[in-house]
Design a protein around this ligand. Sequence first.
Ligand SMILES: *Cc1c(COP(=O)(O)O)cnc(C)c1O
Length: 236
Amino acid sequence: MTPQRANNNMVTIAERLNNAYDRITKAEQNCHISDPVQLLAVSKTKPIELIQQAYDAGQRLFGESYVQEAVDKVMHFKQYKDIEWHFIGPIQSNKSRHIAEHFNWVQSVDRIKIARRLSEQRPTNLKPLNVLIQVNISQDEKKSGCPLEELSDLAQFISETKQLTLRGLMTITAQTDDVDQQLQYFQQMKHCFDKLKTQYPHIDTLSMGMSGDLEPAVSAGATMVRIGTDIFGKRQ
Ligand SMILES: *Cc1c(COP(=O)(O)O)cnc(C)c1O
């Protein structure tokens, strides 16, 4: 198939997706990682048409951050049963119901109050909601995410809750030029993940790394990276 050119030599979504997968493959090979790292295509703020193009190119995992636009998109693609929708944005308690009703995964659970609401609001005819705990690994008070001291209580709560399935951890690290610091945070996340896994052997997902820092994340042991800009272009 010849790749379709959009106007003005713009690179198509299919080509950009390919490039992102190539980058991941190279990072895996550099560190001799054999289990393929998953790619979550972060489509927040981007129109339906671009998501459709990514889907047509074979992408099935999509991430969204803003509840209202996310729900519109999930509804639009309702017939596409093989899409897996991940909510990755901040969760306000008055919006949690929409997330519980429309998503397959939530990666940004950082407190028991939200976990409890999501479980109560998850419709019983749906499979349990897959949950990642978002960890504030840089211990930055301005950042969201569960503080390390509270991780074990939150993990226990989620794992004992029928409508939720604990799948692992997620973090967002600040963009920084300090590559060593960045790598250290990713390695600390991997350490937390391995420790949690001794208690909950079924957890399988460590979500970290974005367009700017997927290589150090993969080298530290990410099982999933979340790529927006590199696939869909800059956001306004
Ligand atoms: C927006 C966003 C991303 C994607 O970031 P890019 O730098 O555009 O790749 C990843 N994770 C989260 C939680 C985000 O909000």
